[in-house]
Design a binder for this molecule. Structure first.
Ligand SMILES: [Zn+2]
Length: 274
């Protein structure tokens, strides 16, 4: 099993989005009133070489999404900044690794925010899996109001529903195997979005937890600190607690999308909490 981190540009957000300030509505408004920005953070997508083919988890940012800023949600225009060149999109980076569009069997999306589905156009031949609730939240006019960009999806975009079953996987109650061997498993990690999923990859005795935006970095997960955008604080905290228990139950490398430590953590198998 080989996992690669593909950095697709970078992003800056408000500090109050990374770690929520206050509670309730105040926490969610702090993103707009806050004036403090993060440094530029990476946006990773993940490529897993399994015995059953290549699986891509999240597709990263898309340079083409930034070209006509006028049709972007105000949140996207004013509360977040993206940086990416066309050749930094996931497609060209995979081609440079010798991986063509037909080589990717499956693409799994943690959620449908534009820095996770922005590279979809590079995968017209792959099976694409999205949690049905996430697709519903992101679709149509209401999706646009929520800050998703359904009008920028490729015209062919019609993902397969990633339905999780009540099959426990470690401390997670809902899961679904993504390989026959069961070494790649999707688990429900609600919080950042209500139907957010993460992907656990088992390689020997080590688990690699591709965490999407469950937290912006590892310390926030270990500390149980919710972000500034999760709609339901209690749900998000419960998810962080479940992930932490997972990392305590087996050697785990924790890999959220925007954590600057991910490349080093993956390359050197640095375990959460170690
Ligand atoms: Zn993100």
């Amino acid at each position: 099993m080989k996992i690669r981190a593909i950095q697709t540009g970078s992003v800056r957000i408000k500090a109050a989005q990374v770690e929520g300030r206050g509670h309730g509505l105040r926490r969610r408004l702090a993103i707009f009133t806050g004036t403090e920005w993060t440094e530029w953070l990476p946006t990773y997508a993940w490529v897993i070489n399994t015995d059953e083919g290549i699986i891509v988890v999240d597709t990263g940012q898309g340079a083409h999404l930034l070209e006509s800023g006028k049709s972007l949600h105000p949140f996207v225009r004013w509360e977040v900044a993206f940086r990416i060149e066309h050749e930094q999109e996931i497609g060209p980076q995979l081609r440079a690794l010798g991986i063509g569009p037909r080589d990717v069997k499956r693409v799994v999306l943690s959620h449908l925010h534009m820095d996770h589905d922005g590279g979809l156009a590079h995968f017209p031949n792959s099976e694409i899996l999205v949690a049905p609730g996430e697709l519903k939240s992101a679709s149509g006019y209401l999706g646009r109001l929520r800050g998703y960009l359904p009008h920028r999806w490729p015209s062919w975009f019609d993902p397969r529903p990633l339905n999780l079953a009540a099959e426990p996987f470690g401390p997670f109650t809902m899961s679904r195997r993504l390989t026959e061997a069961g070494d790649v498993v999707a688990v429900a990690t609600p919080g950042h979005t209500a139907d957010h999923i993460s992907v656990a990859v088992q390689d020997g005795d080590t688990s690699y937890f591709l965490a999407g935006d469950t937290s912006y970095n590892q310390n926030l997960m270990l500390g149980g600190k919710v972000d500034g955008v999760s709609a339901d604080e209690r749900v998000a905290i419960a998810t962080l607690d479940t992930i932490r228990r997972f990392t305590q139950s087996r050697p785990t490398v924790y890999l959220p999308t925007h954590d600057p430590q991910c490349a080093d953590r993956l390359a050197n198998r640095r375990l959460a909490g170690a």
